[in-house]
Write a new protein. Sequence first.
Length: 97
Amino acid sequence: MTRRDGNRMLVSGPVTFANVRQVLDEGVRHVKEGVRTVDLAEIGEIDSSILAAMLAWIREGRDQKSEVAFSNLPEGLVTLARVYGVESFLSKASSVG
């Protein structure tokens, strides 16, 4: 589930294969509308599908001639990114905190 607060999108609850399509589509819409930061502080259960959504949001941001940054990356997500070899790619678009 996502909600928007100005140019920031908050993702909450689980993001798994079961619901990633909805989260992905909502995020793409928000990025098209000006979201520049994705806050993951309220995220719940995750699996590798969250990485696909994040990479799609980065790509959409670039298509919109802007950058998408991430904040409050949970340690499990950082570990997944490391396992899949995209940690450095995501960290270029992230502000952990």
